[in-house]
Design a protein around this ligand. Sequence first.
Ligand SMILES: [Zn+2]
Length: 141
Amino acid sequence: MNSPKVKTANRKRRREKLQRQAAEMTELRAKVFARAGGRGELCGLSSMPFMTVYRNGHTGTHSGVVNQLAHLNGGIGRRRQQQSVENCVAEHEYCHHALDDRPLKWMERVKDHCARYNYPLPERFRILEAKQLQQKGVTNG
Ligand SMILES: [Zn+2]
């Protein structure tokens, strides 16, 4: 059993870790949104006001502003790699959903975005691209 002193120290460490993560997240958001300059980083549009019907039949109305932090790698990678300026783009809610729903449709835009900032193509898109090439019967070399 840990002594009360150790428990207090553990609690403090946990709290500090959460505070640090929250601060990192705030900083990341600020950096990504500053880079975006009010435009969706993949769609390139500043505003996008409309209603959407999702594939599951739900509808959503959108504020039309770029207010979402979308992850290019989706579920792939550890938290620290996920939460990086390379892996995050500022987007509209609609585009964020569309990206998560059908990433392949965004391939060229993701490539342009990565090339523009000299970021490596995220693993999820490298995998999608490799599958695409396989299906076309294209070989490398
Ligand atoms: Zn957008």
